[in-house]
Design a protein around this ligand. Structure first.
Ligand SMILES: [Zn+2]
Ligand SMILES: [Zn+2]
Length: 262
């Protein structure tokens, strides 16, 4: 994969809106990430609480250009309902440009089924639903390529190239060897690290899996997210560095409302 063409040097900022899972805790809400550049604001996943948190950090939800969904689990999709409803009834405000909502194969059907009980409430104007497909695409100034993940039948992750930066978001996934190549020279590798090694599952990752990814393919920054409550109170960066022997990659444990600039 070639790096995207550098259009201009601009600030690329990732804001973690939800670093948790389906289990709500005081510290962590469900998955949601805001990627902002000088020219666009996009969301990756839209779990419960995402839209409200946008308002909390002063980002107008009507200014979001695109939303990219990794899979259909409720902790990644449930705030699409308030997002669409609030777009239809924005209370004195107005959406002025189209909102693209993208998801994996089966997404058209998923949205149509959501609209069965909610009907017109989930049919605001200026909203376009898309399935991402497999080809690299330029979407609102970002080069986007998806990859299959090991989680559900249709689950995907996203590789984003913008302003010469490579950002990878795994969504939920178990470990598979292709993740090492995906992480190579990433400026930010946002990965799920859901559970401790003692609770290993095939569809989620643990610190040993992350160490396997970072061993030889150093991303500059790795952001550990989608953390179940049993991950709190652990020194995850130290644990991963000890297993991998790689002390170069900066390992950040995500927190809700944390901002990372590249
Ligand atoms: Zn999840
Ligand atoms: Zn999931």
């Amino acid at each position: 994969m070639e790096r995207g063409e550098i259009i201009s040097s601009q600030v690329v900022k990732l804001t973690v809106l939800g670093s948790g899972t389906c289990v709500p805790t005081k510290k962590r809400g469900s998955s949601g990430y805001l990627l902002s550049t000088d020219t666009s604001s996009v969301l990756f996943d839209c779990g419960n609480g995402t839209v409200w948190k946008l308002e909390k950090i002063g980002v107008d939800y009507l200014k979001i250009d695109n939303v990219f969904i990794t899979h259909f689990h409720p902790d990644h999709t449930s705030d699409l309902i308030p997002l669409l409803f609030a777009t239809r009834h924005p209370y004195g405000k107005k959406r002025e440009k189209p909102l693209g909502i993208w998801g994996p194969e089966g997404f058209f059907e998923f949205i149509e089924k959501l609209r069965e009980p909610y009907g017109e409430w989930l049919r605001p104007e200026l909203v376009e639903i898309h399935e991402t497909g497999k080809k690299k695409q330029n979407i609102g100034g970002l080069e986007i390529k998806t990859f299959k993940t090991l989680h559900t039948e249709n689950s995907i992750g996203y590789m984003i190239y913008v302003s010469g930066k490579k950002i990878v978001y795994t969504g939920d996934t178990g470990y598979f060897p292709g993740l090492r190549k995906l992480a190579k020279r990433a400026d930010i590798f946002v990965t799920e690290c859901a559970l401790p090694d003692s609770e290993k599952m095939t569809v989620h990752m643990t610190p040993s899996d992350i160490a396997n990814i970072t061993k030889r393919n150093n991303p500059s920054k790795i952001v550990l997210s989608h953390l179940y409550p049993s991950m709190d109170g652990k020194d995850l960066p130290e644990e991963i560095k000890t297993i991998s022997g790689n002390g170069e990659t900066e390992i950040i444990v995500a927190e809700d409302l944390m901002e990372i600039v590249v």
